[in-house]
Structures are given as structure tokens and as C-alpha cells.
Design a protein around this ligand. Structure first.
Ligand code: ATP
Length: 354
């Protein structure tokens, strides 16, 4: 089966700015796909090219097997949901949700039934006659979602739809979006600034940087085994260091580093320099003699902050002066000035290939 969305060689320039540089990406049917990246990395431009609001400078887009590269938005099997919802404030909830069906000349009885269905799906049954301005922000959000889904698009495009909500409501809506997406099975492409949001909702996520795709994959893989230095830094904190490849053993390499000689998974030629990273929460105090663990020497603790779920310790690796961050469990507080023996599971040392 061919992918639901096929993006082939898409580039976009605005004057001298390259917003997208030859993007190739497939999105499978039924996937919740998240695009994440810093401001200006090209997320919205890519989403707008899928929706037909922006014309690509080069490349082609196919959706549901159809070449839509030069079709206007209304002729594509997509609908969009934006941060400002763009609801009609003077109209009832029902008229807002039914608007797209009215435009498509769907008969009244079918329209009413589909609107009621869509409202039920987003948890707004019985709200049909309410005016939009009488609803809370979260409820308006649901109306916008019902309006986008009622026309049964093949792909729903979401541009920072939760950006205006406060943190608690945002977390709640993330769960609801995920639940609704699984229920309807529509392919969702969701743009966000928020790394945690992307990881918590996506089946597959793409990290964008400067008009390029840095990394595409399931959130666990992207977070735990980032491909690039950019991804390792962008998706949370990382301890990064360099190494010289000494030898290659099958699918592993031996690398000389500030932590001594480490064996890591991956491929690189002997004699080359590589970058490696370790997430702060993967470093343990003690444990160097446990099975599968590698001793990293000693850390001089400089600052400790309590974050509820963990202690964040900043310090320096004593043998090399490398600045490091580690996370200790709630029950394991360290004191500034203290020296900690640190270790990591061998497989949690990541070779960054870009
Ligand atoms: P944000 O998270 O801030 O919305 P983004 O990742 O969605 O950012 P885009 O909005 O896609 O990024 O912008 C990518 C680049 O293209 C930026 O450098 C931006 O300034 C530029 N750009 C986007 N739209 C236009 C436009 N209509 N005219 C000129 N430049 C544009």
C-alpha cells in the first residue's frame, strides 16, 4: 500500500530565504505524525504546502495516491485546524461544525446527523444550539476539531492547535486529541514547538532544523537514540563529547574519549572523530560494577536543583573538566562540592551520526 502522504523533493524559497530544502518524507495512513522544531525551521511552511496554502518552489506532493501539488485547498482531501480556531463567533456550534457540509451541499438531514456525531466524538453532545462565544477555550477547540473532522478528510493538518491553552488544559487536550485520532483513524499531521507534546502524541515524529529533516522516527527512538547533535540537544538535555575511533568490530566501534575507551554501537572508520551523547537521566551515581554498566569516573557536583520528579545536578567530570548534567532520583540528593562516582549502561551511550 502506498503512503497516505508522499512528499518528494519539496523545496520552498521566499526571496533569499530557503524555508524548505528538498524534503522527502512519507506519512502512512492512520498515523499521528508530529513535526517539531525551533521557530523558523519550516514546520508551518511544510504544513501549508500539504494543505495547498503555499505553492512549493520545487517537488511534488501526493495525498491518498493523488498528485495534489498544484490543487487549491478546497480540492484536496485535507482539512486544517489552526491555533486561532477561526470559528464564526455569531453562529451556533452546530452551524460552525456543519459549515463545510453545507458548502459541499450535503442534504440537511444527513448534515444534522453528521454534526451530532462529530459533536459527540469531541464530547460536546447537546451543545448544538450554543453560541461559540459562550464556550470556554477548550470547548472552542473541540468545536474546531469537530468542524475539521466532520467532512471526513483523509488527512487533518494541525498547526499549533494547543498553543494558546494553559499547560494543564494543553496536557488534557493532547490526550483527547490522541484518543479521537485513534477512534477515527484519520491521518493527523501536527505541528508543534513543544517537544514533550510531540513525543506524547505522535506515532512518528520529525525534527526539523533550518529547512531540513534532522531525524524521523518513533518518539522513543528519536529521544533515546538521536541521529544528530541537533536532535540530541533539541529533544531535551544531553551530555555531548568527542571521541577518536580506534577500531571497528562488526556493528560496534571502540572509541577513545574523556571517559576512557568506550565501545558503542554504530559504524565509523578508525582514525575518524565522532560525537557521542548520553542523556542526563541515564547516568547513575555508583553502579560502575553492575552488569552492562561502564564506569565514567567521577563528577564534582556544583549545583543541585529539585524538580519534583528528580534532582538535576550540574557538575564537572573530574578527570577531564567536561561540564556535565545528571539527573538523580528523588530519594538520592547530592550536595554541591561532593564527588560522585558515575556510570552508564553501555547501550545508552549514543553515537551521533550527523
Ligand atoms: P514557527 O514555529 O515560528 O511558526 P516554523 O518552523 O513554522 O516557525 P516557518 O513559518 O515555516 O517556520 O518559516 C520558515 C522560514 O521561512 C522562516 O525563515 C520564515 O521567516 C520564512 N517564511 C515563512 N513564510 C514566509 C513568507 N510568507 N514570506 C517570507 N518568508 C517567509
Amino acid at each position: 500500500m502506498s503512503p497516505m502522504v508522499e512528499i518528494n523533493g519539496i523545496s520552498k524559497t521566499f526571496g533569499r530565504t530557503t524555508a524548505l530544502a528538498e524534503i522527502n518524507l512519507n506519512i502512512e495512513e492512520g498515523q499521528f505524525f508530529a513535526l517539531v522544531g525551533p521557530s523558523g525551521s519550516g514546520k508551518t511552511t511544510l504544513l501549508h504546502i500539504l494543505g495547498g496554502f503555499v505553492q512549493p518552489s520545487a517537488g511534488r506532493v501526493r495525498i491518498a495516491g493523488q498528485d495534489v501539488s498544484y490543487l487549491p485547498p478546497a480540492r484536496r482531501p485535507t482539512t486544517s485546524m489552526f491555533q486561532d480556531y477561526a470559528l464564526f463567533p455569531h453562529m451556533s456550534v452546530g452551524s460552525n461544525v456543519g459549515f463545510g457540509l453545507l458548502m459541499r451541499k450535503v442534504a440537511k438531514s444527513e448534515r444534522l446527523a453528521r454534526v451530532e456525531n462529530a459533536l459527540e466524538m469531541v464530547g460536546l453532545s447537546g451543545m448544538n444550539a450554543r453560541r461559540v462565544h459562550q464556550l470556554s477555550g477548550g470547548q472552542q477547540q473541540r468545536v474546531a476539531l469537530a468542524r475539521a473532522l466532520v467532512v471526513e478528510p483523509k488527512v487533518l493538518l494541525l498547526d499549533e492547535p494547543l498553543g494558546a491553552l494553559d499547560l494543564n488544559l494543553r496536557r488534557q487536550m493532547q490526550q483527547e486529541l490522541l484518543h479521537i485520532q485513534k477512534q477515527v483513524g484519520t491521518t493527523f499531521v501536527h505541528v508543534t514547538h513543544d517537544q514533550e507534546e510531540a513525543m506524547s502524541i505522535a506515532d512518528i515524529m520529525a525534527v526539523m532544523n533550518n529547512g531540513h529533516l534532522e531525524d524521523v522516527g518513533p518518539p522513543e527512538r528519536v529521544y533515546m537514540k538521536p541521529r544528530s547533535r541537533f536532535t540530541a540537544n533539541f529533544m531535551g538535555e544531553s551530555n555531548m563529547f568527542e571521541g577518536q575511533v580506534i577500531e571497528r568490530n562488526g556493528d560496534k566501534i571502540d572509541v577513545e574519549t574523556v571517559f576512557g575507551r568506550l565501545q558503542v554501537s554504530g559504524a565509523a572508520e578508525p582514525g575518524t572523530s565522532v560525537h557521542l551523547s548520553i542523556r542526563p537521566e541515564q547516568i547513575k551515581a555508583g553502579g560502575g560494577d553492575q552488569k552492562g554498566h561502564v564506569s565514567l569516573g567521577k563528577l564534582k557536583v556544583r549545583e543541585v536543583s529539585f524538580f519534583g520528579t528528580h534532582h538535576r545536578c550540574q557538575g564537572q567530570h573530574i578527570e577531564s573538566d567536561l561540564a556535565m548534567i545528571i539527573r538523580l532520583p528523588q530519594y538520592q540528593a547530592a550536595q554541591p562540592g561532593e564527588d560522585l562516582t558515575i556510570s552508564v549502561l553501555r547501550e545508552d551511550i549514543v553515537l551521533l551520526t550527523q
